[in-house]
Design a protein around this ligand. Structure first.
Ligand code: ZN
Length: 389
């Protein structure tokens, strides 16, 4: 168990530059870390394959990859095992830093050359580039990702001095899809080796994905007001806050998005002999930026944990009331302010997350008739849930 945790951690904290680089031209994709984790697991599988006593390209479990290997005949198993032994060093060269391989995320789907058949990835041998459909990659298990990327790396290897395509027979893998079938088998064998190396979890999980386009949520908590505000407003208690949030990202893998916060703040106190109360209804449109805390094997619950930073400008209506034994005094004001929020999102299942939010708000206003003044930056801590899809 301990070694497995260490291995998972080593893949997580592996600097992004350790493996072949991703290149998309616009600087960083939220899923880069997942791809690096996949490359790390393939590297671990490669190492495992060379030192393992267990039979390569064979297994007796009930995973999807195992089912594929179980269908092979003896000649196919032997061919696959021999291929791995003889190509492991070449594969290593493709995996690591000095590799000439680059990756490109594609948002709008990929079709096989000259056909309408949708595929998860395409390898361009001439420029050593692997194109990956980011939506499909996102929805895969760790084992499926290893199988896919190993298949694509297979196109960058050669066999008997020839390129490996998808069409035609390859050794004991006969028929017009022989080569494609072999690369799928090779990918499955690497997924199994990654499991044997404990580089990925054996079972895929259903943790909510951090790669969503829209997130809505609600958080509640309290805000501590300034001393000056407390004494002038006669409310010497923390303010109750309800925060309803929506954030939109153009792609499930975008880091920058648009955000909107509706915030309702209210307070009341009668301990001083004066019944005082207020409420503020505020709207902050703004921008949000997000990133993963650790990335890594997405089947592990730590991986989808992410954080967001949101900054907005807006404001709304503030209403105050004071009441003594004889009179009620009311005042209201339109206020303009700025809002900054840092939120941590911890995955549950079904797209849900638990949130912890820390925010700062600057909403200066003065209600002269009541002598109430608010001019400090106030902090709030909120807890809640959100749903991303
Ligand atoms: Zn292929």
């Amino acid at each position: 168990m301990m070694s497995r945790i260490l291995l998972l951690l080593s893949i997580w904290i592996q600097p992004a530059s350790a493996y072949a680089s991703t290149f998309i031209g616009n600087g960083g994709n939220l899923m880069d870390g997942v791809l690096h984790s996949t490359l790390g697991a393939i590297a671990a599988a490669n190492e495992q394959a060379l030192k393992s006593d267990e039979e390569l390209c064979a297994c007796y479990g009930n995973s999807k990859q195992c089912a594929l290997l179980s269908d092979l005949n003896h000649a196919q198993v032997a061919f696959c095992a021999a291929f791995i032994k003889s190509h492991a060093a070449d594969l290593n060269k493709l995996l690591f830093k000095k590799s000439s391989v680059t990756f490109k995320w594609v948002a709008n789907g990929l079709n096989e050359k000259g056909s309408s058949r949708a595929v998860d990835a395409i390898t361009q041998k001439s420029n050593q580039r692997i194109l990956i459909d980011e939506n499909r990659f996102r929805d895969m298990s760790s084992a499926d990702r290893i199988q896919l990327i190993t298949h694509e790396f297979g196109h960058l290897l050669s066999w008997n001095g020839k390129d490996i395509g998808d069409v035609g027979a390859m050794g004991p893998f006969t028929g017009k899809d022989g080569a494609r079938d072999f690369l799928d088998v090779l990918g499955a064998a690497y997924a199994i080796e990654a499991m044997r190396a404990e580089a990925i979890l054996l079972e895929s999980s259903d943790w909510s994905s951090p790669f969503y386009r829209l997130r809505v949520g609600i958080t509640i908590g309290t805000q501590s007001e300034s001393r000056r505000f407390r004494s002038s407003s006669f409310v010497d208690k923390d303010t109750d806050v309800i925060n309803v949030s929506a954030s939109y990202y153009q792609r499930p893998t975008s880091r920058f998005g648009l955000a909107l916060r509706y915030i309702r703040e209210s307070g009341g106190d009668s301990s001083t002999g004066v019944a005082a109360g207020f409420n503020r209804q505020l709207l902050y449109p703004g921008l949000e930026w997000r990133d993963l805390l650790l990335s890594g094997d997405t089947d592990h619950w730590l991986s989808p944990i992410h954080y967001s930073v949101m900054a907005g400008l807006g404001g709304g209506v503030v209403k105050h009331a004071l009441q003594d034994d004889f009179n009620t005094y009311k005042g209201s004001k339109n206020a303009v302010g700025a809002y900054l929020e840092l939120a941590l999102h911890v995955p549950l299942t079904y797209g849900l997350f638990v949130n912890g939010t820390y925010s700062l708000q600057y909403l200066p206003y003065k209600i002269s008739g009541l002598g109430i003044e608010q001019k400090s930056v106030v902090e709030s801590i909120l807890w809640g849930v959100s749903y991303g899809y």
